[in-house]
Design a binder for this molecule. Sequence first.
Ligand code: ATP
Ligand code: MG
Length: 243
Amino acid sequence: MKPILEVKKVSKLFGGLPAVNNVSFDLAENEILGLIGPNGAGKTTLFNLISGYHEISKGDILYRGHKISGFLPEQVCSQGIVRTFQVVKPFGEMTVEENVMVGAFCRTADPNRARVKAQETINFVGLDKYAAMQARNLTIADRKRLEFARALATEPKILMLDEVMAGLRPNEVDDSLELIRKVRASGITIIIVEHIMRAIMTICERILVLDHGELIAEGTPQEVTSNKKVIEAYLGKEESADV
Ligand SMILES: Nc1ncnc2c1ncn2[C@@H]1O[C@H](COP(=O)(O)OP(=O)(O)OP(=O)(O)O)[C@@H](O)[C@H]1O
Ligand SMILES: [Mg+2]
């Protein structure tokens, strides 16, 4: 089957220095792909390039065989590719429901339809109790859930999760893993960036490892954890991987 996403020799330079360097990979429809690597490896930058937040310096990105590099974030989103943000910044004064409606407006201009979609999505992620609460009053775990809901309300085909489990307690990480499985079962393809190795290893079928902007390894969780380059660059360093 043709890949849903093809990243072809993509680079991003900041002030002449590569943050992402000649990275290529394919994403298969409905897989859960992990993206790991030390701080500053280029993981978030790669999400920024795929989602159109940053312009690509070199290379191409294809969605279902069509070029999407050069698209604006809202165009990428309407194609069905959406990401969450590593630093969650909900609209604090707005309710949970209104925050999720912002995502739903990617598909409709009608506030009533956006509200229905938001309610559905809020139920799906388990935030229904807090629908009318101001977002700034949510706990960290629920803010992460809200970020998830806002992304899902855009009705994505590909969902990119940037450290949605960072700062969560072990039982909250388990809830988050369950939610990710439920999202995948609904037919969505997922790319996940995370430092919590337990989470990555249990949920991903395939993992890519970035270091200094370059792809240094690719394989099953077992393959990457026993890869010498990966251990040297990342897994051996306690301050980086949360093992
Ligand atoms: N807007 C920007 N302008 C200049 N440099 C940037 C910008 N965004 C990222 N960088 C640089 O690009 C490199 C990759 O950063 P990135 O945020 O992609 O890393 P990361 O793998 O997501 O790290 P972390 O695990 O800490 O989130 C870093 O050296 C960073 O300083
Ligand atoms: Mg990052």
